[in-house]
Design a protein around this ligand. Structure first.
Ligand code: S3P
Length: 166
């Protein structure tokens, strides 16, 4: 059976909802970023620091390819996974849930995070989120099987909405 993959911007709640969904569907939950961190033994900001964004994207692509070979998983991805065309082609072979959360909500949920190098760099993080959303929203839409419009949803409601949408 095809895998269920959650995509969407930073702060959309991909990992939380994927975890809940996996429990309901009785599938394994996998978080691609956490898996990269586990394998490399360092966190994402450190990978960006030493290998740059390109180095991280390469690891992300390899991880995506490997994880999607598994069966019956619910996979949470990083917000930039849709940037590479090869990743998008791969994602399209699975059931992809796009968590489409407004920028204000993304900002609220990522404001205190120190684990997101793209937002921790110089510049206004809210503007950065807006910029990224403009570029990426069409790409998320391109790979999405289902678009879930989310705003301040409780996790339980979001998981229920995701289950109903599947
Ligand atoms: C990124 C999102 C992050 C992580 C990395 C890059 C992005 O994941 O993969 O910092 O390009 O949007 P989350 O979406 O889980 O924050």
């Amino acid at each position: 059976m095809e895998n269920v993959v959650l995509v969407g911007p930073m702060g959309a709640g991909k990992s939380t909802i994927a975890r809940g969904l996996a429990a309901v569907l009785k599938r394994s939950f996998v978080d691609a970023d956490a898996e990269i961190e586990r394998r490399t033994g360092v966190d994402i900001p450190t990978i960006f620091e030493f290998e740059g964004e390109e180095g991280f994207r390469q690891r992300e692509t390899e991880m995506l390819r490997e994880l999607l070979e598994r069966e019956n998983i619910v996979l949470a991805t990083g917000g930039g996974v849709v940037m590479r065309p090869e990743n998008r082609e791969l994602l399209k072979q699975h059931c992809v849930l796009y968590l489409r959360v407004p920028v204000a909500e993304q900002f609220r949920r990522t404001r205190k995070s120190r684990r997101r190098p793209l937002l921790n760099a110089a510049g206004d993080p809210r503007q950065r989120l807006e910029e990224l959303f403009r570029i990426r929203d069409p790409l998320y839409q391109e790979v999405a099987t289902i678009v879930l419009q989310g705003r301040n949803q409780r996790v339980r409601d979001a998981v229920r909405a995701a289950c109903e949408a599947l």
